[in-house]
Design a protein around this ligand. Structure first.
Ligand code: C5P
Length: 226
């Protein structure tokens, strides 16, 4: 299991300082929409200059197939190691993205978002008219068929995803509160032990790390536990 630290802080300097503070640790760093919209590829280059970090660019693409493929191609060429899109964009869109990326040497891993971890069952039902578990199975099977590398989901769906696709189909699970910290706006949260039991390949942790007094200490503690 790998730890992916979310660089979700308010400005470029804070995110870069956090990366510097975590230099040398065996972790991935996640760059989100706010940072990328503001700082663009500069933040990716800067992180890569700091240390030997793998970078997950979390933009959750969602559009018509051709537009998604165009966007995926651009970000795949920016030197990141993992990107993602919404599975609800559909099988055709996912296939088109993978088709486009097949020409790129060392393409990044591509994951599909199933259900945002901020949804509870009722909120999810209102939009998708199905329960989370059924939809996650459906979305994962479509993503697997389209040739993606894995899924973003809550810990609680990680095992089901693998059972319905393949053991090697990656699961990346946000909503982790390593040592029982506040769940904030996340609804389906779990600790590291549960993530392990559910066979999560990547855990994503944001606020419990960057809001801590000593983020490096928290990361080291998490790494010990995983
Ligand atoms: O601070 P926290 O640990 O809740 O951060 C979780 C990170 O994972 C955020 O950057 C959020 O956007 C991201 N994420 C998520 N749920 C998903 C996909 C991504 O929480 N389904």
């Amino acid at each position: 299991m790998k730890l992916c630290v979310a660089l979700d802080m308010a400005n470029f300097e804070d995110n870069i300082n956090l990366a510097k503070e975590l230099k040398g640790l065996d972790i991935w760093l996640k760059v989100g929409l706010r940072s990328y919209l503001r700082d663009g590829v500069k933040i990716i280059n800067e992180i890569k200059n700091i240390g030997d970090f793998k970078v997950f660019l979390d933009l959750k693409l969602y559009d018509i197939p051709n537009t998604m493929a165009d966007a995926a191609e651009v970000i795949a060429k920016s030197g990141v190691d993992m990107i993602n899109l919404h599975a609800s964009a559909g099988l055709r869109a996912m296939k088109m993205v993978m088709d486009r990326l097949s020409n790129i040497k060392n393409r990044p891993l591509v994951l599909a978002v199933s259900a945002l971890t901020s949804f509870n069952q009722n909120e999810f039902m209102e939009i998708y008219n199905d329960n989370i578990q059924n939809s996650v199975i459906k979305f994962s099977q479509a993503a697997y068929k389209a040739g993606l590398d894995g899924m973003v989901s809550s810990v609680f769906e990680s095992k089901i995803i693998k059972e319905n696709t393949s053991r090697d189909f990656i699961t990346l699970t946000p909503g982790i509160r390593p040592f029982g910290e506040s769940s904030n706006d996340q609804q389906r949260v779990a600790n590291i032990q549960t993530a392990k039991e559910m066979k999560s390949d990547f855990i994503v942790v944001g606020r419990p790390i960057y809001e801590a007094k000593n983020p490096r200490e928290v990361v080291e503690k998490i790494l010990k536990e995983i």
